[in-house]
Design a protein around this ligand. Structure first.
Ligand code: M6R
Length: 595
C-alpha cells in the first residue's frame, strides 16, 4: 500500500531508469498512481499520473529524468480520488521542496484547512501533500530542515513515512512513524525505501529505521536522529544476505504461481524452525493456563486462525476463539483480562486492523503473541514473543505460502499441546509437493467449463471450513467473480435457492466428513447444479459429485491443509484465463496500513 523510494548520488546523473526500476519493485504493494521527481541544483522536475508504472514511465518519459537526487512514489488512493493532481510526489507552495509519503495522515482534512488559511498553495486532497506543507510551515518560520521535520512530526497524526528534499541542497531527508522505512548504503550513493525489495538490487548494506527516527542522506553518508530531541542515534548498518532470486519470478509466469510452488519448501523451513524454537514452549505454557485463548487476524490470516481453532479442539481438546481482528474490540474486549492469551496473525505484521486489536488487548492485560512473516515489522516488535512464518518474500498480493505456513504453525502448536508426536508433520512438505503435481492438471481440465460463471460457492465443514473461506477469498480477489465461502451445512438454510442448471459449487471434503458432504452434493446435483468435490480418493465422492479433484491421502487435519492448494491453483488459472494479472489485483494492496 503506497511505496516510497529516494536516492542521493554524488553528481547529477540519469536517475530515471533507477527510479522506474525501484517503482516496479514496489508494485507488489498495490497502487493506482505513479510519480517521480528529480532535483538538480536549483530546479525540481516532477512527473506523475494515474496508471501502471510502465504506462506512466512511457507517457512522461521518466527514463530521461536526471538529477543528483530522486524520489519515486506509488500511490494507493485513500485521501482523494486517483488523479494526476493527487498523485505523488508533491511540491510546496513555491515549488522549492518536493516530498512523498507512504501511510495515512489522519488529520489531513484539518491540516489542509490550516495550510490554506496560512496562505500556502494546496493543490490536491492527498495527505502526502500535507507532509510537505507541514515541513514548509516551519521552514517559512526560519527553522532549519531537520528542526522543521521534527516540528512537522508533531502536527502530522497517523502512521506514515515520508521522504523529502529541497533545491540548492545535496541531501534528502526521511522520517518514519508507523510505516516501514529502510535505508540503503552503496558505493557513491545512499537510498531509502518503504521496504527491502526495491533496495536489494542496489545494495545489501542497510539500516532499518524505528518509529520516531529521521535520516539525512548524503551521497557518501547518512545520519540518524531521534525526532524527540534531535540527538544522533548510533546504528551500525547490517548486511542483508537474502538472494535477489527471492524477489524475481525465476521462470514462473507470475509470483503467485512461484509462491504456490514454494509452499513445500516454506513448510519444511517453518517446521524446522518450530522444532528448534524455545518460544514455542513459552507460548504453549501460557495457552495451557489461559482462561480464554483468541486467535486474531484479517482476511487470509483470519482463515488460518479459523483452521487453527479447529486443530486445537480436535488435537488438543483446547477451545480457542477465532476472531476477525476488527471485531475483537466490540465483541470480546470488554470481557478480556490478564488471564487471557491472544495470538495475533499477520503476514505483513503491519495490518492496522490487527495492530489496533493488539494495542487494545495489551492495554487490557492480555498476553499477546505474534505470528508474522516480515521480521522487524510492527507486530514482531510489539508482542511478548512471536514466531516467524519463514516464507521469505511473498510478493504476490494474494497470500498463498504465508497462509499455508500459518496453518502449519497452528497444526504444529496443536500437536504439541495435545502431546502428539510431531514426526507425522514432517510428511507435510512431500504431501504438498504431491498435491501440486496431482491437482494442477485436474484444475486445468475444470477451468474452461466453469470460468464463465461469475457466481460460485465454496463450502467446507470442520477443518475444511477455513479452506472453503480461503478458497472463496482467493477466487474473489483475483478472478473478480463473486464467490461465497460458507459451511456446507448452512447451504441448505438459504443459498440453495440460488442453484440453477450447472451453477458451480465447490465442496471441500475432509475424509472424515464424506457422508455429510455426500448429502450436500446431492442437494445440489438433484437441482441441476454442478457439485465439484475436492478431497481424498473416495468412491462415495466419485459417485455423488459432478466432478472430483483428488488430493493425496493423509490424516484428516493435514488433509484440510492440502485441500487449499487446488483452490489456490483454481483461482490462479481462472484469473489468467480471464486475462487478469493475479499478482496485482485491482483495488487491493499487499499491506493494509489504514483503518
Ligand atoms: O498482512 P496480513 O496477513 O495481516 O494481511 C491481512 C489481509 O489483508 C490479507 O490476508 C488479504 O486478505 C490477502 N491479500 C488475501 O490474499
Amino acid at each position: 500500500m503506497c511505496g516510497i523510494f529516494g536516492i542521493v548520488t554524488e553528481k547529477e546523473e540519469k536517475l530515471g531508469p533507477i527510479l522506474i526500476e525501484a517503482a516496479r519493485r514496489l508494485t507488489y504493494r498495490g497502487y493506482d498512481s505513479v510519480g517521480a521527481a528529480t532535483i538538480s541544483g536549483g530546479k525540481i522536475d516532477l512527473r506523475k499520473d494515474v496508471g501502471r508504472v510502465d504506462e506512466v514511465a512511457a507517457k512522461y518519459h521518466l527514463s530521461e529524468m536526471t538529477g543528483q537526487r530522486g524520489i519515486t512514489q506509488l500511490r494507493w488512493a485513500t485521501f482523494g480520488e486517483p488523479s494526476q493532481i493527487n498523485s505523488q510526489p508533491h511540491l510546496d507552495s513555491d515549488g522549492d521542496i518536493v516530498g512523498a509519503h507512504n501511510g495515512n495522515v489522519v488529520n489531513n482534512v484539518e491540516l489542509r484547512q490550516q495550510f490554506i488559511a496560512e496562505g500556502m498553495t494546496v493543490r490536491s486532497q492527498n495527505d502526502g501533500e500535507s507532509c510537505v506543507h507541514a515541513v514548509e510551515r516551519y521552514i517559512n518560520k526560519g527553522y532549519d530542515f531537520i528542526e522543521a521535520i521534527r516540528l512537522a512530526y508533531g502536527d502530522l497524526q497517523g502512521d506514515y513515512a515520508f521522504v523529502i528534499g529541497q533545491i540548492n541542497d545535496d541531501k534528502l531527508y526521511a522520517i518514519k512513524k508507523g510505516s516501514g522505512l529502510v535505508v540503503g548504503i552503496g558505493e557513491g550513493f545512499t537510498c531509502v525505501s518503504s521496504d527491502l525489495p526495491s533496495l536489494l538490487p542496489l545494495t545489501c548494506t542497510i539500516i532499518r529505521l524505528n518509529d520516531g527516527e529521521i535520516i539525512t542522506l548524503w551521497a557518501d553518508r547518512v545520519d540518524l536522529r531521534s525526532v524527540r530531541d534531535g540527538a544522533i542515534i548510533d546504528r551500525q548498518p547490517e548486511l542483508i544476505t537474502e538472494e535477489m532470486s527471492a524477489v524475481q519470478k525465476s521462470g514462473f509466469d507470475h509470483f503467485m504461481l512461484k509462491e504456490i510452488h514454494e509452499q513445500p519448501q516454506a513448510a519444511r523451513e517453518v517446521l524446522h524452525m518450530l522444532e528448534g524454537s524455545t518460544d514455542v514452549q513459552t507460548v504453549l505454557d501460557k495457552i495451557k493456563a489461559a482462561r480464554h485463548v483468541y486467535f486474531l487476524g484479517c482476511g487470509t490470516s483470519y482463515h488460518a486462525c479459523q483452521a487453527g481453532s479447529v486443530y486445537f479442539a480436535q488435537l488438543a481438546s483446547k477451545s480457542v476463539i477465532p476472531v476477525v481482528a476488527t471485531q475483537f474490540i466490540p465483541q470480546y474486549l470488554p470481557a478480556v483480562n490478564h488471564e487471557d492469551v491472544g495470538i495475533f496473525v499477520s503476514q505483513s505484521g503491519e495490518t492496522k486492523d490487527v495492530l489496533n486489536a493488539l494495542q487494545a488487548a495489551e492495554a487490557s492485560g492480555m498476553t499477546c503473541y505474534g505470528l508474522a512473516n516480515v521480521i522487524g515489522s510492527t507486530l514482531t516488535r510489539s508482542t511478548a514473543a512471536w514466531l516467524p512464518l519463514c516464507c521469505g518474500y511473498e510478493i504476490s498480493v494474494p497470500a498463498t505460502k504465508t497462509f499455508t505456513n500459518q496453518v502449519v504453525t497452528f497444526l504444529y502448536l496443536a500437536y504439541r499441546l495435545g502431546d502428539r508426536d510431531t514426526k507425522e508433520l514432517e510428511n507435510i512438505p512431500e504431501l504438498m509437493e504431491q498435491t501440486i503435481v496431482l491437482t494442477a492438471p485436474q484444475v486445468e481440465a475444470l477451468v474452461p467449463s466453469i470460468n464463465a460463471w461469475n457466481d460460485l460457492y465454496c463450502l467446507g465443514y470442520g477443518a475444511t471450513y477455513a479452506m472453503a473461506l480461503e478458497g472463496a477469498l482467493k477466487l474473489k480477489e483475483i478472478t473478480y467473480a463473486h464467490c461465497e465461502g460458507m459451511l456446507s451445512t448452512e447451504f441448505k438454510h438459504g443459498p440453495l435457492s440460488a442453484v440453477t442448471k450447472d451453477f458451480p459449487i465447490l465442496f471441500v471434503a475432509g475424509p472424515q466428513d464424506v457422508p455429510l458432504i455426500v448429502s450436500g452434493l446431492n442437494e445440489v446435483t438433484c437441482r441441476g447444479g454442478r457439485a465439484i468435490a475436492i478431497g481424498e480418493e473416495d468412491e462415495r465422492l466419485r459417485a455423488n459429485a459432478s466432478d472430483v479433484i483428488i488430493i493425496p491421502s493423509s490424516s484428516p487435519m493435514i488433509s484440510s491443509l492440502l485441500a487449499v492448494i487446488p483452490l489456490q491453483l483454481l483461482s490462479y488459472q481462472m484469473a489468467v484465463a480471464r486475462g487478469y494479472d493475479p499478482d496485482f489485483p485491482r483495488n487491493l494492496s499487499k499491506t493494509l496500513t489504514v483503518d
